[in-house]
Design a protein. Structure first.
Length: 115
C-alpha cells in the first residue's frame, strides 16, 4: 500500500503561481511513474502532467510552458509548479503514483484561480 498526501492548494489570482506537493509513504520503493490529474466542476478528471522514475516528463497541451512537474525520489515527493495561472486552471488536483500492482491516488487539493 502507498499513501499519498497532497498540499499547496489555494486561492490565487489570475496570472499568479502555486506549487503543489504530494508526498508518498508506505511501500513507496515500488513507485514508478507519478503525476497529477485535475477535475473541474462538472467535468471529467484529466491528466495534467506525468514524470517517470527517470525524470522524463509529459504535459497536457493546456499547461505546456506554464506548469512544471518534478520529483524528489529521496523524499518520495512529486511537485507541480504552476505559473501564469488562469481561471480555467480551477479544479481539484489529484496526484497519483503507479506501482507494479496498481495505481494509487491522493485525496485531492482544491486550486481556485480568480479572474
Amino acid at each position: 500500500q502507498v499513501q499519498l498526501v497532497e498540499s499547496g492548494g489555494d486561492l490565487v489570482q489570475s496570472g499568479g503561481s502555486l506549487k503543489l506537493s504530494c508526498a508518498a509513504s508506505g511501500s513507496s520503493r515500488t513507485i514508478s511513474t507519478m503525476g497529477w490529474y485535475r477535475q473541474a466542476p462538472g467535468k471529467q478528471r484529466k491528466s495534467v502532467a506525468t514524470i517517470t522514475s527517470g525524470g522524463s516528463t509529459d504535459y497536457a497541451d493546456s499547461v505546456k510552458g506554464r506548469f512544471t512537474i518534478s520529483r524528489d525520489n529521496a523524499k518520495n515527493t512529486v511537485y507541480l509548479q504552476m505559473n501564469n495561472m488562469t481561471p480555467e486552471d480551477t479544479a481539484v488536483y489529484y496526484c497519483y503514483c503507479n506501482t507494479a500492482v496498481r495505481r494509487f491516488w491522493g485525496q485531492g487539493t482544491q486550486v481556485t484561480v480568480s479572474s
